[in-house]
Design a protein around this ligand. Structure first.
Ligand code: CA
Length: 227
């Protein structure tokens, strides 16, 4: 089964960009350009997840959120999209039943990471994408299984998420702050060593299965990437 995501966004450029990001990652998409259009679509068919802009013509995003949760009594994951300035009421949004929020402008990786996290929370498997592989490593997104040299690695959730991120964007160099935001989902990074420790543990586990090849590269002064 492929996941379907409804994008409720009136700005066509942003909507188009989201379609591109999501379809590249293997999701199916539907678009609604107003709150009322979204409501009509939802009455016909419920997607697996909704990306919901707040400032919408017809029916505002928060009103639609209320309709979905209270009137339709539906617990589909909803990620709110909003400009930073309009997000001073995060707590209210979360209390109203939004699962998470993404501030505009957004990074494609952030959108994908938050969608995967939200889908995981409802107990569904995160995606239907093909197996990702690099050198002797294979990652199976549907079962969250990682094999190296035909040995299955026993990874923590954070180690898996880090590895998944590297494999999804093989060319990208991630800063530690970046990784912390995406994998640990925000909070203040500060001086802590969390990312280094997890990357180092991940490397050790991979090395036990494949002592020869390197899989995660340290980019001096910046962070990490696949390689
Ligand atoms: Ca808007």
């Amino acid at each position: 089964m492929q996941y379907t995501i409804l994008i409720v966004e009136d700005e066509t450029d942003i909507s188009k960009l989201l379609v591109k990001i999501l379809e590249t990652a293997g999701y199916q998409t539907n678009q609604a350009f107003s709150g009322t259009e979204a409501k009509l679509l939802l009455e016909k068919e419920m997607p697996d997840l909704i990306l919901l802009d707040l400032m919408l013509p017809g029916m505002a995003g928060d009103k639609l959120l209320y309709e979905i949760r209270e009137k339709m009594n539906c617990n589909v994951p909803i990620l709110v999209l909003s400009a930073k300035s309009a997000l001073n009421d995060k707590v209210t949004l979360l209390n109203m039943g939004a699962d998470d929020y993404i501030t505009k402008p957004f990074e494609p990786e952030e959108v994908l990471a938050r969608i995967q996290a939200a889908l995981r929370h409802i107990g569904k498997r995160a995606d239907k994408r093909p197996v990702l592989s690099y050198k002797k490593l294979k990652l199976y997104p549907e079962s969250r299984k990682v094999m190296v040299n035909n040995t299955e690695l026993v990874l923590t959730a954070h180690e898996y998420d880090l590895l998944h991120l590297f494999l999804q964007t093989p060319e990208k160099v991630y800063s530690r702050e970046n990784l912390y935001e995406l994998v640990w989902k925000g909070g203040y990074y500060g001086e802590n060593n969390t990312v280094n420790v997890h990357v180092s543990n991940l490397r050790k586990k991979i090395k036990e299965a494949d002592p020869i090849e390197e899989y995660i590269q340290t980019v001096y002064g910046i962070g990490f990437k696949l390689g």
